[in-house]
Design a protein. Structure first.
Length: 483
């Protein structure tokens, strides 16, 4: 039986939204839940400072590298099919992580997790964009999606903390298995198959150049402090990454059907949203990584106690992420972005006063301010990713912003070693002083969001977005069908 999207019931649309958000829950939560487990993993598997950074970054790097390909693949071969393959791969990676005997095997299993995760979020967001076609209902769906991003990433450390204390660090990967199983079943029963009306070619050269650029950049940031910034390997990889990036820009700008359409960036709101995502998630990634080490290493708190201190982040995201979505729908992106930048900057300023004896109430305030600031930034970023874009390009456009988030986390975690490397190698009174440069970087990231909030919502920015639509609107509108 073939049914048009317009004939889907409100109940079925709600179930489809829930199915898609389950994938977002595990991918986003897994990006943060491992942070609380880092001290336990380091002790159990005898990992070096750079290795514990790779446990986090290999996952986010693979996500960032393959999200574009996954979005285009879903558009071409069927979004439901790619989505289900991603769920199964993610479940396999999670299982392998839970039984990894060495740190090297754990990093390899995290890579498999990242491959599966790359097939989930951009494809799920594309499914939502095709199912919720009316402007108001799409805005509400995207607002809920944005809320889940903040909530899931905030809940990760809390859930992880209790699992680690009760069972062990391997349990943080077990939680993904039942969620993946539920999502696979719901997807098979309720989610309609859809493909793009325009079959886009796979771009292996552009994909490879993007991977070389990202991995080269993060490798230099993570391994630079240990090998030395003037080490021949570091210099060679840095130069290689720069050359790969230059070749990427040249190749993609000349390709008829690139996997990243560089024309998107002619829209100031879209380009600003991409940079905002990198800034916000770089700060977020570095904050979670360093504070887990601070709370468990410097302060001696248990994983569960650490998770409870993260609770204000979850509360802030729970209440302010949906509020941000409604504000974006009513007033546009500027109020939410301004508030986010100011709060992230304020939290980073407070972190510069951190000491080995900072009272718990002060820590809770810092986490609350940072959590609220981070929670309200997701809705305007997500909204900018698909607003003004033809439906036929929803997968590619949303993948750009999803990639920016993961690139930001990868850079943030890598900066922990390159900017505050001494803090990773030792505990005690040196930790807070060694971490100071990183908090100053976070202040800069928060201020950048404030500036972008103003420039991306100016009259000139709006005009640039209006000029973009006809430029990329040469693709036919897509009509999704239910098999």
């Amino acid at each position: 039986m073939i049914t048009t999207v317009s004939e889907l019931s409100a109940r079925r649309k709600t179930i489809i939204l829930a199915s898609c958000c389950l994938s977002l829950l595990i991918v986003s939560m897994d990006a943060t839940i491992v942070n609380v487990a880092i001290p336990s993993i380091r002790a159990d598997l005898h990992a070096s400072p750079s290795q514990i950074q790779w446990v986090v970054d290999i996952y986010t790097l693979v996500l960032a590298s393959l999200l574009m390909l996954a979005g285009a693949t879903g558009d071409r071969f069927g979004r439901r099919r790619v989505f289900q393959i991603g769920l199964a791969t993610f479940a396999l990676g999670s299982l392998l992580c839970s039984v990894a005997p060495t740190i090297t095997m754990l990093i390899a299993a995290r890579l498999i997790q990242g491959i599966g995760g790359s097939m989930l979020n951009p494809v799920a967001l594309s499914i939502i964009s095709q199912i919720f076609v009316e402007r108001v209902e799409r805005a509400r769906a995207l607002g809920f999606w944005g809320a889940v991003v903040g909530i899931s990433m905030a809940l990760g450390p809390i859930v992880g903390g209790f699992l680690i204390d009760a069972v062990g660090w391997r349990a943080v990967f077990w939680i993904n298995l039942p969620i993946c199983a539920a999502a696979i079943i719901l997807t098979a029963v309720f989610v309609p198959e859809s493909k793009s009306a325009t079959m886009r070619d796979i771009d292996p050269v552009g994909q490879l150049l993007a991977v070389l650029t990202l991995f080269g950049l993060v490798f230099v940031l993570i391994e630079g402090p240990g090998l030395g910034w003037t080490d021949a390997r570091i210099v060679a990889i840095a130069v290689g990454a720069a050359v790969a990036f230059a070749l990427f820009l040249r190749y993609e700008s000349r390709r008829h059907d690139p996997f990243i359409d560089l024309r998107f960036f002619r829209s100031i709101p879209f380009a600003s949203a991409t940079v905002t995502a990198v800034c916000a998630f770089a700060g977020w990634g570095s904050f979670l990584f360093m504070m887990s080490l601070y709370l468990q290493g410097e302060r001696g708190y248990s994983a569960a106690h650490t998770g409870l201190i993260y609770l204000p982040i979850a509360i802030g995201a729970l209440f302010f992420s949906p509020l941000s979505g409604r504000l974006v729908g009513r007033y546009g992106s500027r109020p939410s972005l301004l508030a986010s930048g100011i709060l992230i900057t304020a939290a980073a300023v407070m972190l510069t006063f951190l000491t080995p004896t900072t009272p718990v109430w002060a820590l809770l305030v810092i986490f609350a301010v940072y959590g609220i600031g981070f929670g309200i930034v997701n809705a305007p970023i997500t909204n900018a990713a698909v607003s003004g874009m033809p439906q036929d390009r929803a997968g590619a456009a949303s993948a750009v912003t999803s990639t920016s988030r993961q690139v930001g986390v990868s850079i943030g975690v890598a900066l922990c070693g390159s900017v505050a490397g001494t803090a990773l190698a030792s505990a005690g009174v040196r930790f807070t002083s060694a971490a100071l440069p990183l908090w100053f970087v976070n202040i800069g990231l928060g201020l950048a969001i404030v500036v972008l909030a103003i420039t991306s919502t100016s009259a000139r920015a709006m005009r640039s977005a209006e000029r973009l639509a006809p430029l990329i609107g040469d693709h036919r509108s897509e009509v999704a069908h239910v098999r």
